[in-house]
Structures are given as C-alpha cells and as structure tokens.
Ligand binder design. Structure first.
Ligand code: SF4
Length: 64
C-alpha cells in the first residue's frame, strides 16, 4: 500500500508551497490550513522533495 502523507495543521503557516507544488495531493481546508486529501496524487519521491523537504515549518509527515 502507498504511504500516506498528512499535515500537522497546528503548525501550518499557510505559505502555499505544498498546495502550489502538488495540488493533486494538498489543498486548503476551511481554515486555510493545508491538508493532504490524496496521498496517491503524486509519487512518494515528489511528495518528499516538493512538499515535505520544502515546508518551511516541517509540518508535513508520512504516517507510520
Ligand atoms: Fe502549510 Fe507547510 Fe504546506 Fe506551507 S508547505 S502550506 S506551511 S503545510
């Protein structure tokens, strides 16, 4: 099974990076915090390099 990605919304500063880079995976919720709605919308490598590694507050994680 593909790995699942999630956003720790408490720490999200709504910078837009993950939503802009991977709109097939991330979107804003009603509070304008990012959420991962589709972990299979991009490859694990893309999610790692274009979202997790670049989030300025490091609040995007893989589920165990
Ligand atoms: Fe929030 Fe991080 Fe996404 Fe920026 S990159 S919108 S801080 S989860």
């Amino acid at each position: 099974m593909a790995k699942e990605v999630w956003v720790d919304k408490e720490d999200c500063i709504t910078c837009g990076l993950c939503v802009d880079n991977l709109p097939e995976v991330f979107r804003y919720d009603d509070d304008e915090k990012a959420e991962a709605f589709n972990s299979s919308g991009a490859s694990e490598d893309e999610i790692q390099s274009e979202a997790i590694d670049q989030c300025p507050v490091g609040c995007i994680h893989w589920k165990d």
